[in-house]
Design a binder for this molecule. Structure first.
Ligand code: KIV
Ligand code: ZN
Length: 524
């Protein structure tokens, strides 16, 4: 299917930019590359890889993604300033298909209070920024930030000027998630009808979910003539998030009678994409989340189960397999061999190298020694945890905890810190507190614990515990670490260390030399 087809909708994924922008969703460099590769193989048309001027880490990630992505366009975000645009141009210059995405606020409230500029000055900046970007790349997107609260005449003037200056895509975002489907559709119809050169650009929707209307607005924008959707995996993003890619794709696919569009997305990869992003950001996916939530295809009530047994169409509007959810939860155990394990990973949507397979298999065997039945969810937790922690500078080696009714509870923890083993004992108000105090004793840091959350990966008392830990750095940066283990305390220690590794890594990834993690070499 060609991108010029009238009803072909381009999928612009901004998980690595708008998604990563939300508090706590910081991803490491390696995680970003892995996600970009996955998005590319899933059929995403444009990957917004980051905001290059925002930090050295963002620049490096956009630049590395540009060099490796084979198929998709790679976009870098820039404000209207020349330095921003040049930096974005520099970051995407090695991409097979580079794009600069530049934006400027156009609503009265943003112009007056945020930019402190008059409309004519803003219009001149639109022209200057798009012209500069077009001198660097052929593919330029311009966004009217807070477009849905922009006065119609001024929006049309800006859009016309941006297209005249060379913008090939025009995005009208619902930045604050305020619009309704009818309004958003009418906005695109109005702009496309009034702007004389509108046929020279592709129009794009970008919806935030503050009122829970992001997907509905997105689809309405398409009905109004837009042909690019900006969205994120699991709907992560600023505040209440962005339109969820998986929901938009499946709404179009399942209700093609009502939404007659096509995307290039391989829908069977959606579930895996969701897991990958959830693992990298440590943001759990809501159980009842459409398409990828763990209950999305579960039928609990007797009446529903009875109907499903008679005919699945009674209660199923799309099959779990169509989004990559396997129906069987084939139990594996310690007698399962390498080949069965490889097949299982494949079935779950994981493409792993021989080295990764070997590493995962060792961890699977270790888990199988401790847990009789290994379910799909256990394997997913094991692989996803591995993705989040490999090559980290600090690792949990050993933990012994004393818990019980009579405190204080205590923990003896051994960490590997950059190749050296350190052990500390600490007490605390409960075993988790004691464990975290032991970490603090070995790695003194000012990070504040913002969230500590535990959930069971499967059912039963031998289920693995999956722990999420969110830390706030002294500079306000929020990171989340996640780890799974049959022992809740071990999972807690590992999750804390994952978060700490992320927090102290300036590049937002592994291998940084600019680390603020230092072992405390005091007596044990
Ligand atoms: O929500 C928004 O307006 C944005 C722009 C940068 C496109 O994310
Ligand atoms: Zn946004």
């Amino acid at each position: 299917m060609s991108a010029t087809d009238k009803n072909r909708v381009l999928i612009f994924d901004t998980t690595l930019r708008d998604g990563e922008q939300c508090p706590g969703a910081t991803m490491t460099f390696d995680e970003k590359l892995e996600i970009a590769d996955f998005l590319d193989s899933m059929g995403v048309d444009i990957i917004e890889a980051g905001f290059p001027i925002a930090s050295e880490g963002d620049f490096e990630a956009v630049s590395a993604i540009s060099k490796r992505v084979k198929r998709a366009t790679v976009a870098g975000l820039a404000r209207a300033g020349m330095k921003d645009i040049d930096r974005a141009g520099e970051a995407v210059r090695h991409a097979v298909k580079p794009r600069i995405h530049t934006f400027l606020s156009t609503s009265p409230v943003h112009m007056k209070y945020k930019l402190q500029k008059e409309p004519d000055e803003v219009l001149a900046m639109v022209v200057a920024s798009v012209t500069r970007a077009r001198n660097l790349v052929d593919d330029v997107e311009w966004s009217a930030e807070d477009g849905t609260r922009t006065e119609a005449d001024f929006l049309c003037r800006c859009v016309e000027a941006a297209i005249k200056a060379g913008a090939t895509t025009i995005n009208i975002p619902d930045t604050v998630g305020y619009s309704t489907p009818d309004e958003y559709r009418a906005l695109f119809e109005m702009v496309r009808a009034r702007v004389p050169n509108a046929d020279k650009a592709i129009f794009s929707v970008h919806c935030h979910n503050d009122l829970g209307l992001a997907v509905a607005n997105t689809v309405a924008g398409l009905m109004g003539g837009a042909r690019q959707v900006e969205c994120t995996i699991n709907g992560i993003g600023e505040r209440a998030g962005n339109a969820a890619l998986e929901e938009v794709v499946m709404a179009i696919k399942t209700r093609n009678d009502a939404f007659p569009f096509q995307t290039g997305i391989e829908a069977t990869m959606l579930n895996r994409a969701s897991k990958l992003v959830s693992a990298a950001t440590s943001f759990p996916v809501q159980y009842n989340k459409a398409i990828v939530g763990r209950n999305a295809f579960a039928h609990e009530s007797g009446i529903h189960q009875d109907g499903m047994l008679k005919n699945t169409q009674t209660y199923e509007i799309m099959t779990p397999e169509s989004v990559g959810v396997s129906k069987t939860s084939l139990v594996m155990g310690k007698h399962s061999g390498r080949n069965a394990f490889r097949d299982k990973l494949k079935g779950l949507g994981y493409e792993v190298s021989d080295n990764q397979l070997e590493d995962a298999f060792v961890r699977f065997k270790a888990l199988a020694d401790r847990k009789k039945h290994i379910y799909d969810e256990d394997i997913e937790a094991l692989i996803d945890e591995n993705i989040a922690t490999r090559e980290d500078r600090v690792k949990v080696l050993n933990l012994l905890v004393v818990a019980g009714t009579n405190g204080p509870q205590s923990a003896v923890l051994t960490l590997d810190i950059e190749g050296q083993h350190h052990t500390r004992q600490a007490t605390g108000n409960g075993p988790v507190d004691a464990t975290f105090n032991a970490i603090q004793a070995m790695i003194p840091h000012a990070a504040k614990l913002e969230l500590y959350q535990v959930h069971a990966v499967t059912e039963g008392t031998d289920a693995q515990a999956e722990v999420s830990v969110r830390l706030a750095g002294d500079d306000g940066k929020l990171v989340t670490g996640r780890a799974a283990d049959p022992d809740t305390m071990v999972a807690s220690a590992k999750a804390y260390i994952v978060a700490l590794n992320k927090l102290t890594d300036q590049r937002g990834g592994v291998g940084s030399t600019n680390s603020r993690v230092h072992a405390h070499h005091g007596a044990v």
